[in-house]
Design a protein around this ligand. Structure first.
Ligand code: HEM
Ligand code: HEM
Length: 226
């Protein structure tokens, strides 16, 4: 292969359908959870259902991080502190090479977001407004523990909002400053990559496996809350 062929850039499938659906459904379920929480008592059933959806999605994503397509795997994007630090130093460069997946800093963000959503949904299971609404596991813990987890549910929501704000600011920074449209890739699944980068995107895991893991995740959350 000539050097010219090596540099040739073409669209390559990086984000499989499960990752893309996961992402936009998580976004919708969290937005819905927020809106229903603000809308008041009448919507708390919806609030809890949307919360279970978010929890199922996060559980699915953890499993997909082990058995999913290569770019979706934690082993592909979780890097050590040294690599993360070195990558951070290059952030100011306008034309840095694309990562066939999450870059080392993005990988940290993914884990932070998943943990915050898990904590938000998890604490909700034990929360209570002391009037009408109780999470399904409220009676499994003492009043003091439920109070604590209700406080966690309120405080963690602010952390989650801050993390999402940073996340969106980061993808906008890549779009406007580095001219890399990561948002489009989260819709189409494709990224403009060189031939050399292609091996990092394969293999793509089969869809039936995603359906199986999604079924298991939703089943586990349903079992937990009943
Ligand atoms: C994961 C997504 C979730 C988000 C983003 C979220 C967000 C919120 C927010 C912002 C509030 C405060 C509402 C206010 O006082 O203005 C709230 C309250 C509450 N949430 Fe969630 N929640 C989620 C999941 C859950 C789940 C899964 C449950 C239980 C099954 C739950 C149960 C509750 C309860 C009982 C309250 C009332 C607590 C109180 O008024 O002190 N939430 N949630
Ligand atoms: C509730 C709000 C959001 C949450 C919790 C969230 C969470 C996440 C998570 C967990 C990932 C990792 C995806 C994976 O590997 O499965 C991700 C990636 C991504 N998100 Fe979001 N997201 C949110 C909103 C948004 C919005 C509004 C946009 C668009 C403006 C966006 C654009 C992206 C992009 C472009 C990526 C891929 C980044 C990369 O190439 O490394 N997200 N997000």
């Amino acid at each position: 292969m000539t050097t010219e062929e090596n540099k040739e850039i073409r669209p390559v499938r990086v984000w499989d359908l499960p990752v893309r659906l996961f992402h936009w459904l998580l976004f919708l379920s969290l937005t819905g959870s927020w809106v229903t929480a603000e809308a008041g008592l009448l919507y708390m059933d919806w609030h809890m259902w949307l919360g279970y959806t978010a929890l199922s999605l996060v559980l699915f994503r953890l499993l997909w991080g082990i058995w999913g397509s290569r770019p979706a795997r934690f082993s592909s994007f979780l890097r050590g502190p040294k690599t993360i630090l070195n990558y951070s130093r290059t952030l100011g460069q306008r034309s840095s090479p694309r990562h066939p997946g999450h870059n080392p800093l993005g990988g940290v963000m993914v884990v932070v977001l998943l943990l915050l959503v898990a904590l938000q949904g998890g604490s909700g299971l034990f929360a209570s407004d002391d009037i009408f609404t109780e999470g399904p596991l409220y009676h499994r813990v003492s009043g003091a523990t439920s109070d604590l987890l209700t406080t966690v549910h309120h405080l963690n929501f602010n952390l989650l909002l801050a993390a999402v704000g940073l996340h969106v600011a980061a993808v906008l920074f890549y779009l406007l400053y580095k001219r890399q449209n990561l948002i489009k890739s989260m819709f189409t699944g494709n990224m403009p990559l060189t031939k050399q980068q292609e091996p990092a995107t394969a293999p793509q895991a089969p869809l039936w496996r995603a359906l199986l893991l999604l079924g298991l995740s939703a089943g586990a959350i349903t079992w937990l809350v009943n």
